[in-house]
Design a protein around this ligand. Structure first.
Ligand SMILES: [Mn+2]
Length: 350
């Protein structure tokens, strides 16, 4: 009887490493975020989906120049101009609301600026999209109430989707697979009411679909995280990045279901971390140690050198950001992080 296709992306963090007036010349990662954003939206720009949901953290922070907001909304408006509605959940990086929001005004762009429900209709098939902006702090005790406040029960539709930008019990992050659990700022997914067929959320940067709770019981409503469109930190260095496409179907008996979904991967650069125990290397050998390591990895790598032990000022001459850049090809991004105080003990504050 009908199919509705939804493109779901989140955590685009536009504006990250994207200075409008750069003070130094080096490779910036900002354009890569925009490039993946455009790649993710391409199916919508081509008219191959019926709606777009952005799960929040469109921008990398809340205080941004209007130009950045304009650049972020330009492709969304292009999608909306094609008659495809766009739904946006303000995330924590937007401080729960879109800055310079007048730049986002378009009859087909809908923002969850408060708990509310939008309707998406295609022929005789309709979806209700209930959702709310990012809620800071203790959401767990108020979650049921918030869902209620969206007013979804007053909206008639074949299928109901819940949109938010929060952590839920069982969501996993980081190289050590940390799992969120039972905290006041974490949603209990068992509390998502039955009429919903899925919850779509941003916030967690790893792509994952939660269908079981922490006790391995089947969840009544699955939770989808598309993850971020690029690696925003070294904690994400092993994660594939991309976006989701979900297909909803209305059959001949007017029964509607989430019939299929697919993760679409986006290109990412290798992220490589080296551990440097500086007390074990002569300062004179430091440059060649770094050069040898950089020569053995892909030229477009994003490199972090994790420096253990106290660093002498001579070693700092090699490890400062500008000095490191002279050792790496211009195609790399390179940075050092210091696990101890940057300066020898004599410089430390008491
Ligand atoms: Mn985020």
């Amino acid at each position: 009887m009908g199919i509705i296709r939804i493109l779901f992306l989140a955590d685009t963090h536009l504006g990250y490493d994207f200075p409008f007036r750069p003070r130094i010349e080096r490779r910036r990662r900002g354009p890569e975020f925009f490039a993946n954003y455009m790649r993710a939206l391409q199916p919508a720009i081509d008219g191959r989906v019926d709606g777009v949901i952005h799960g929040g953290d469109l921008l990398y922070r809340s205080k941004v120049p209007p130009k950045l907001v304009e650049m972020a909304f330009e492709p969304l408006k292009r999608v909306a101009d094609g008659g495809i509605p766009v739904f946006l959940v303000p995330g924590n990086h937007e401080r729960s609301s879109i800055p310079h929001t007048h730049l986002a005004v378009h009859p087909y762009i809908h923002i969850f600026d408060r708990p509310r429900t939008f309707r998406l209709q295609k022929d005789n098939f309709s979806l209700a999209l209930a959702g709310f902006q990012f809620v800071r702090g203790a959401i767990r005790p108020y979650f049921t109430d918030l869902v209620h406040q969206t007013g979804y029960r007053e909206v008639d539709a074949d299928l109901y989707l819940l949109c938010f930008h929060q952590a839920v019990d069982g969501a996993a992050v980081g190289p050590a697979d940390y799992r969120f659990r039972y905290a006041p700022d974490v949603i209990d997914p068992r509390q998502i009411p039955g009429p919903f067929c899925a919850a779509l959320s941003g916030h967690i940067h790893r792509f994952q679909v939660l269908s079981r709770d922490l006790k391995d019981r089947l969840l009544p409503v699955p939770v989808f995280y598309p993850g971020s469109i690029d690696r925003t930190s070294f904690a994400e260095r092993n994660e594939p990045k991309g976006f989701l496409q979900l297909e909803f179907e209305l059959d001949d008996f007017r029964k509607a279901t989430l019939s299929r979904w697919q993760f679409h991967a986006l290109p990412v650069r290798p992220m490589i971390q080296f551990d440097l125990h500086i007390s074990r290397i002569k300062t004179a050998d430091l440059r060649s140690w770094i050069r040898a390591r950089l020569a053995a990895i892909p030229e477009d790598s994003i490199v972090k050198i994790k420096i253990n032990d106290t660093v002498s000022s001579q070693a700092m001459d090699v490890l400062s950001a500008p000095a490191l850049r002279t050792l790496a090809p211009a195609t790399m991004n390179i940075d050092a992080v210091f696990t101890e105080m940057r300066w020898p003990p004599a410089y430390r504050k008491r």
